[in-house]
Write a protein that binds this ligand. Structure first.
Ligand code: UN1
Length: 510
């Protein structure tokens, strides 16, 4: 594990000359047919170049899919408990290397180190969960309607899974997708975001070390228009899983739809926290700040709306403002830092544009600009921002900003709060702070989101429950939990007739 001559240079100290990393295809680290590379830089300090990565091409994708297709023949016949054992080894390796992986993640993606550890842990959790799935993967055995006949259903792998992942959870999300795909007997072609190719490379190194056979996990880095589209279009890729923007999700869905391809999408969110007048306001303040400004607001599950009963608006806002002023921005490797950078300059521009829109819609309470003082000037920092007096249909309350911008919406009562929560085209996560059990149960029933929290913020999903959203947040699939297996398997229903005669269902037994 300390071999500095490893093909990807994983353990080398930061070098003056950035290293060049490679694709991983058919068990070999290899260069792109393009002959060109791109850089990954530290968003907290763009002078820090993490490495150069292969600018992948459709030809690279074709090779990776071929390798995955060949490997799929053997892998699907490897007993699922054996596949689970390899996954268990991978999970254990991730746990062993948790700190190294977390530090690399903070350097490349920017989230503060405690959160990066959480991201790695989420990968470990799903790997252990799915390792165990190798010994479950339950189907049903059920009585036949006919005598002397057996009926059962089993799951079977689809073949090659195309895994296209974002930068905001650069280890957890690839693991959420690759682990269920692999344990159910599929092989993988993995294209990570071009903002976090190093995190992806580190993960793939560990899959190889854990013993996933050559060709079961293939990594191709590069642009969505080149690599992503080629994966989606390749007829030998049977299932695609994508997490990212709604715009890209619709683009992928259109292409995949032409081939009637299985597709799991995890897209935008505009998640709301409701604060009832009877709530514990200190607890609500903790939950709101963590959900809105943790990961610099760059979670699909981040809270970007607070819907609050009018009598406590001023009290809640005073607490939020006081606490938000104390949040420290900086490099996430510094333990004292609360909020890291945005991912890139495009994100700073986008958040800035929404703040300008917000100034015309609500009243700015705090923040509202990029943070460029001193060392921060080398990175993509943006001050935590709160708007008040926002109306439910205002643009800043409707459109996904994916940054540290929170809109506070005042309402008269629970029905108005519930309506506001649901007045969005997204439906990932929601939460309510209340001390009234009846109100809590109404929210659990009424909120149109895939995840509902009571007396907690909108983030913090655990890997053994289904993860995903309603409406335009997705297309009906779920990640995590055993629900994830539905994305990566085909059901096969099997009938065995041991009567020795022709038995006609729905006819002979009537
Ligand atoms: C995401 O932002 O896409 O619930 C994933 C959470 C994390 C996962 C977020 N466990 O916030």
């Amino acid at each position: 594990m300390t071999d500095t001559a490893s093909p990807t240079g994983r353990s080398a100290p930061p070098a003056a000359e950035p290293r060049t990393f490679r694709h991983f295809i058919a068990g070999e680290w290899c260069e792109s047919t393009s002959g060109s590379t791109f850089e990954s830089v530290n968003p907290a300090d763009t002078r820090d170049v993490i490495g150069r990565f292969q600018q992948g091409t459709p030809a690279d994708v074709a090779m990776a899919v071929r390798a995955a297709d060949v490997a799929a023949g053997l892998w699907r016949r490897t007993p699922a408990p054996k596949r689970g054992e390899v996954m268990y080894a991978f999970a254990a390796l991730m746990a062993e290397h948790k700190e190294r992986l977390a530090r690399a993640m903070t350097r490349e993606m920017g989230k503060v180190i405690a959160e990066a550890r959480g991201d790695v842990q989420e990968g470990i959790d799903i790997a252990f969960l799915m390792a165990g799935e190798g010994r479950r993967m339950f189907g049903d055995t059920t009585p036949s309607e006919l005598p002397d006949k057996w009926a059962m259903s089993i799951r079977q792998p689809i073949g090659v899974a195309g895994i296209i992942t974002p930068w905001n959870f650069p280890m957890a999300i690839p693991c959420w997708k690759m682990m269920p795909a692999l344990v159910s007997g599929n092989t993988v072609v993995f294209k990570p975001s071009s903002d976090t190719p190093h995190c992806a490379t580190l993960l793939v190194e560990l899959t190889a070390e854990a013993g996933f056979p050559a060709g079961t996990v293939n990594l191709v880095t590069g642009a969505g228009a080149e690599v992503g589209d080629a994966i989606v279009d390749n007829p030998d890729v049977g299932v695609i899983s994508f997490t990212g923007s709604s715009a890209t999700g619709k683009h992928i869905a259109t292409r995949a739809g032409r081939q009637l391809k299985r597709l799991s999408l995890e897209l935008g969110g505009k998640n709301a926290i409701v604060v009832m007048a009877d709530a514990d306001l200190d607890l609500a303040t903790d939950g709101i700040l963590w959900s809105a400004f943790g990961t610099t607001g760059q979670r699909c599950t981040a809270a970007s709306r607070v819907v609050v009963e009018r009598p406590v608006v001023d009290d809640l806002l005073a607490r939020l403002e006081t606490r938000a002023r104390k949040l420290r921005l900086g490099s996430g490797l510094d333990d004292a830092v609360d909020v890291g950078p945005l991912i890139n300059v495009g994100a700073v521009d986008k958040v800035g544009r929404y703040v300008e829109i917000g100034r015309t819609e609500g009243e700015l309470v705090i923040g509202g600009e990029a943070a460029r003082d001193g060392e921060l000037g080398h990175g993509h920092f943006f001050a935590p921002t709160i708007f008040r007096d926002v109306a439910p249909m205002d643009r800043i309350a409707q459109e996904e900003i994916f940054g540290p911008v929170l809109s506070v919406i005042a309402v008269d009562d629970y029905p108005a709060a519930s309506t506001a929560v649901n007045q969005t085209r997204y439906g990932l996560s929601s939460s309510i702070f209340t001390r009234d059990a009846n109100t809590a149960f109404r929210a659990m029933r009424d909120f149109e989101t895939g995840i509902v929290y009571v007396n907690a913020g909108t983030t913090g999903a655990e890997t053994h429950l289904p993860f995903g959203g309603w409406k335009e947040t997705g297309n009906g699939h779920r990640e995590a939990g055993h629900a994830a297996l539905d994305t990566y398997t085909e059901w096969k229903s099997i009938y065995v007739d041991f009567s020795g005669r022709l038995q006609r269902a729905q006819i002979d037994n009537q």
